[in-house]
Ligand binder design. Sequence first.
Ligand code: GTP
Length: 598
Amino acid sequence: NRTKHIRNFSIIAHIDHGKSTLADRILEITGAVSEREKRDQYLDKMELERERGITIKSQTVRLPYTAANGETYELNLIDTPGHVDFSYEVSRSLAACEGALLVVDATQGVEAQTLANVFMALDHDLEIIPVLNKIDLPSSHTEEVAQEIEEIIGLDCTDALQVSAKTGLNVEKVLEAIVQQVPAPSGDPDAPLKALIFDSWYDSYRGVVVLFRILEGTIRKGDKIKINSTGREFDVTSLGAFTPEPVQYKEFGPGEVGFLCANMKELSDAPVGDTVTLAKNPTQDPFPGFQEVKPMVFCGLYPVEPAEYEPLKTALEKLQLNDAAFHFEPETSQALGFGFRAGFLGLLHMEIIQERLEREFNAKLIATAPSVAYQVTNTDGVVSIIDNPSKLPEIQEIASLAEPYVRMEIHVPNDYVGAVLKLCEEKRGIQQDMKYLTSTRVMITYELPFAEIVFDFFDKLKSVTRGYASMDYEVIDFRESDLVKLDMLINGDVIDALAVIVHRERATRYGRAVALKLKRSIPRQLYEVVVQAAIGSRIIARERNAPLRKNVTAKCYGGDISRKRKLLEKQKAGKKRMKKMGSVEIPQEAFLAALKAE
Ligand code: GTP
């Protein structure tokens, strides 16, 4: 009975609490990484992840471990993405496990993200092993944090492991705890195959690589598999596990975790959360709760030069191959020309994609201010979803407008409660709950319009709480609101790419702020530039830049030609980020001005 020695587990933690560092130590102890191969954070594969110190794409490894009892176990460490934007992927990864390590930074305590993930793990009936990390730091307070975990989550922390992932102290004990406490999987190897896809990505050599966890049945190389949601069939050409190097295996049985390739060309051939079964004897009982991931935040992406349109398109296609949650379609803007409307899971996801486009694909982009999707009911009763403010029908054709709301949980030291409540009220929030988690830590629950968060909520939350708040949110529903479309005009022309949808009560203040920001971010020209904000035909704000003769080299003294050249070059580089609209050059910053307008 092979399953007896299998242990499938994840590590859940708030960002920066040490998940990747602990994973590295575990890889080292089990000998999965040779000294030569050892890199700082093996599991964070992509360069970008490394730089930002976050995990975007999950990586799963099979680790042989000989425990104190002399028996050798197959540990499958299933890595999960660590950010709110990717919570569906987290939930699928957890569904592939029997247990989870709950890593809590002993200098910090329980944070919102920790809690969200723990509750998800509890929903999946996982065995949770609390691990207090960073005990090498003098500022760690393990007793209070252990008590916090008991009070807030209700986990017994009497024997909570106290480790330093950094120095490796007590990490071996973590492995013993996994062997002893995480239940072995079970399942009938002769039942029809039922395997969960908990991750998939595109590899230019292998096509789509699918990570799966078998609940019951057996899969072999050469099998014809069927993907439940699409009914499509594929032949398994490659079957194996990452150790972390890929190693081929002939078959996998119940409880096992592995990867397969089957000549799949697109991620939609193997969506996360779907069920893999055999074509000739399919399971009658696929995994419940399969969801297609839907983008929640949208923005326009435009090449700076028209000639860069095709390369940008190719870059977007390449990115999409590897990111099922990223959507795009062609879009034309009067102001910006030919470009794309792109959809993302959330703001972080959007930032990551924009950065990757610029870095990996060398794409020079103009990105418009992000917006959420709105639900429009026309006067003739037709309901549609609009992901671009400039596509909103004329006012007289709209019966009602609804916007998405989120439920947000914020954890904060009690000193900052006032500041957080004030911020949430300013953002049109509706308070749902507030409770003391401990004598000094408070959990505040609000329902907020998603659009208010998309603007600058996180920055504001960080600044009013000096970085001490943590938060988590989920989109709950669409609600009718008194929303209006605000147009920005430059020298009388409506700049469609700058249109936003705002709450009517805010429109005037907002329009003034954006007009002012625009005035300041548009370089002065040889002629007058007038910026206006308007709701329909009603002008609600006006700003003006007086004409100016521009001569950037005037400030250079004497014959210092190299300095002069540098300055001109700098100016040229700056220009790359500008778009000509009518006669006015508009820099990238202008599009972000709306974001920071309050
Ligand atoms: P994400 O990948 O963003 O989710 O973060 P993470 O939870 O994986 O955290 P990571 O392992 O990257 O650690 C965050 C920081 O804490 C890094 O600078 C680590 O070096 C540090 N760190 C992790 N474990 C320890 C520890 O036991 N002691 C000390 N002193 N520092 C630690």
